[in-house]
Write a protein that binds this ligand. Sequence first.
Ligand code: DQQ
Length: 540
Amino acid sequence: ISVKNVHRTGFHFQPPKHWINDPNAPMYYNGVYHLFYQYNPKGSVWGNIVWAHSVSKDLINWIHLEPAIYPSKKFDKYGAWSGSATILPNNKPVILYTGVVDSHDSQVQNYAIPANLSDPFLRKWIKPNNNPLIVPDNSINKTKFRDPTTAWMGQDGLWRIVIGSMRKHRGMALLYRSRDFIKWAKAQHPLHSSPHTGNWECPDFFPVSLKNTNGLDASYRGKKKVKHVLKNSLDVNRFEYYTIGMYDTKKDRYIPDNNSIDGSKGLRLDYGNFYASKSFYDPMKNRRIVWGWTNESDVLPDDEIKKGWAGIQAIPRKVWLDPSGKQLIQWPIEELETLRKQKIQLNNKKLSKGEMFEVKGISASQADIEVSFSFSSLNEAEQFDPKWADLYAQDVCAIKGSTIQGGLGPFGLATLASKNLEEYTPVFFRVFKAQKNYKILMCSDARRSTMRQNEAMYKPSFAGYVDVDLVDMKKLSLRSLIDNSVVESFGAGGKTCITSRVYPTLAIHNNAHLFVFNNGSETITIETLNAWSMDVPKMH
Ligand code: DQQ
């Protein structure tokens, strides 16, 4: 196996070669799903960015087309950066994207429309001459003015969009309004802003239902009670955060709920490697789907040049509001299950302290695993050190890794493991007793993922807390999607999601193994474990 291919993913979205980043303008139009994305047609590092374009009938098998948008005019000569699609009421799609107009990264907002609506794949896109549509006024930092959202229409018949920006380290979602989608006026106040959060990239703003898991169109104005979600990608730490709140349509402002905080102590769509995400409403299946970019972590540009490719898109996830109203839930789209092949199943298997066993009979380098764990009491939970309250979850995971014996946990999966565990990426839970409640830590720890010795390797102990009540239900579930160099995990039915990129040297292809382990004193029962080898979809 050549260096080029050893870490290539099997069922994640990837073009045949070169660099990719942000997913752009995902949409469903006349029976076809479209995904555009930031792409370097000339190499495997960021640069020469165009909008690559792929289409699909099922979000799993893809046809790669010619780039839809590439720099060519004064208004995008130095780059065609991220943006979004809106389907106008007469069923006409339009794309808004950021054009870079000079070598200092000055930014404007442009639009593009399909050249031929009867082409089922919408291959060709036109950038009309009345571009740019929006230029920054004097109050705006020209180099921090990008990534327009999908537009939504208010009761007054005006379209609205948000554009990411920053003023004096205050991140903001600038609001613009338009009657005809061509002439846009900046609102006096941003939709929302927050001090000390730095530039907001790729904002995403959408309604969620309080009643069920169905998605809502951005312009939803029906009777159902809704909340709104504002997601931003923070370029200061390359993670993204969201809040849940109320959209005051009279004042045209978004107000996060009291318990929903902006910035790096807030909620994350994913506690690992996941950035510049974008969601869209899928009218076919009445759901909202979010796509996110998962970049490489083998950091040396040299690695990417050798491989000839860099970046994947995470598995698209259905996203909805948790019944508590406090957080989102995400789950891999159901179409992914069509790739499941050989299956193995286990029931009611007990794992006592220090036990570990191998899950055999599936391909451990390309798999989908669903497991539910139960335990009979919380008595063994370790004390949560009050000093950790100020730490990020990933720092607590670094202190309390999978091999440090505990009380209730650590238990979970050792993924992409070599036979003798020289390499593995454990995905696991650990339950702590804090002053007033229990704290459930979920980790996806890349620190032992590879034997490769290199100071620059990024091998973080990604982690997040899981907000479940274990007092009533002494159960925790985990789903992990393993795909050669990515482990994408969903804790407690999608409450906490963590994606890690890892680069094993031994645990590759048929030499990868999968284990289940318990390093806590409390015995854990595997109620059910279902695991499947995963097929490779068509992607050409
Ligand atoms: N990537 C794009 C920008 C965006 C950033 C450029 C986020 O539009 O802000 O490739 O990854």
